[in-house]
Design a protein around this ligand. Structure first.
Ligand code: MF3
Ligand code: CO
Ligand code: CO
Length: 265
C-alpha cells in the first residue's frame, strides 16, 4: 500500500539537498546573531535576513506565505510565535525569537533561536533555557523508526518539572520541497503522534514553544499572525530541522557560533 508517509522518504541526493538548505539557513543564523542587540528594530533584523538571502539567489519561505509579509518571524517576550517584524526597538531585558526559513534550490531549511538582550529576569532566562534543553532532549530521544510521540514524551515532563507549560496549538512539521508537510510534530504526545513514525529519510522540525505560565495562546485579531500567551507571561522557542538517518537523527541546521547542546544561558 502506498501511504502518505512513504512519499516523504528522501533519496540520498534529496537528503543532500536538505543538508545544503539546512546548512545555508544555519549560516544565515550565524550572520544575524551578532547583530541582535539592544537598539536594533525587528524590521532591521528582517532586512538583514532579506538581503543575505536574496544576494545569494535563495528565497525566504515566509515572504508571501499565506500572505505573511516578511522574511522572518520575530517574537518578543510574551509572543509565542509568528511575530511580524516592525519598528519595535529591542530593549535590554527582552527575549526575542528569530525564526528563519530559507529555500535553497527548492528545498527548505527552518530554524529559530531565542536571543536574550543584555541582562534579563530570572523567569525569562529560565524559560529560554527550558525551550533550548527541551529541543535537544527531544532530538536526542529519537531513533530510526521511533514514534513521533517520543518528542512529546521527552518534552512535557521536562517542561512541567521546571514549572513551565508546552504550547499545543502550534507544532513542528515535515519539511522538504514544501514548508509544512506531514507528519505533524506536536511537542506533547497525542493519538496521531503515537501512530506516526520517523523513518530514515524523513525530514521534520523540532520546535518546542515553552510558556513560563499557562500553555494557552491567542492570536492577534488585527494582524492575524502574532500569537501571544493568554496570561501575558513570557514564552520561548528553539527550532532545528532534523533528518532521520539509518544511524539516528541528524540536525541539518547546526550553527558555528550559536548555542550548542548543553549551553547555559
Ligand atoms: N517558521 C515557522 C515554522 O517554524 C513558520 C512561520 S510561517 C509564517 O514553522 F508565515 F508565520 F511566517
Ligand atoms: Co521556523
Ligand atoms: Co518550523
Amino acid at each position: 500500500m502506498l501511504t502518505k508517509q512513504k512519499k516523504l522518504i528522501l533519496s540520498t541526493s534529496q537528503r543532500n539537498s536538505m543538508r545544503r538548505a539546512g546548512k545555508t539557513n544555519g549560516e544565515l543564523m550565524d550572520f544575524v546573531r551578532p547583530q541582535i542587540k539592544a537598539g536594533i528594530t525587528t524590521n532591521e533584523i528582517d532586512k538583514l535576513v532579506h538581503d543575505w538571502t536574496y544576494q545569494r539567489g535563495h528565497k525566504a519561505a515566509t515572504l508571501g506565505y499565506q500572505k505573511f509579509p516578511k522574511c522572518c518571524c520575530t517574537s518578543v517576550n510574551e509572543v509565542i510565535c509568528h511575530g511580524i517584524p516592525d519598528d519595535y526597538v529591542l530593549q535590554e531585558g527582552d527575549i526575542v525569537n528569530v525564526d528563519i526559513t530559507t529555500i535553497v534550490d527548492g528545498w527548505h531549511g527552518d530554524q529559530s533561536e531565542t536571543f536574550i538582550i543584555g541582562q534579563t529576569s530570572e523567569e525569562r532566562r529560565a524559560v529560554v533555557q527550558c525551550a533550548f534543553d527541551c529541543m535537544h532532549l527531544a532530538i536526542d530521544a529519537l531513533t530510526p523508526g521511533c514514534r513521533v510521540a517520543t518528542i512529546g514524551e521527552a518534552i512535557v515532563p521536562e517542561a512541567q518539572g521546571r514549572g513551565f507549560s508546552v504550547v499545543r496549538e502550534y507544532v513542528g512539521h515535515g519539511l522538504g520541497r514544501q514548508f509544512h508537510l506531514d507528519p505533524s510534530i506536536p511537542h506533547f504526545p497525542n493519538k496521531q503522534s503515537r501512530i506516526d513514525r520517523l523513518y530514515p529519510g524523513m525530514c521534520f522540525t523540532v520546535e518546542p514553544m515553552i510558556n513560563a505560565g499557562a500553555r494557552y495562546a491567542k492570536s492577534d485579531k488585527v494582524d492575524g499572525w502574532t500569537v501571544r500567551t493568554k496570561d501575558g507571561r513570557p514564552s520561548a522557542q528553539f527550532e532545528h530541522s532534523v533528518l532521520m538517518t539509518e544511524e539516528g537523527p541528524e540536525i541539518l541546521t547546526l550553527t558555528q557560533d550559536g548555542p550548542q547542546k548543553g549551553h547555559q544561558f
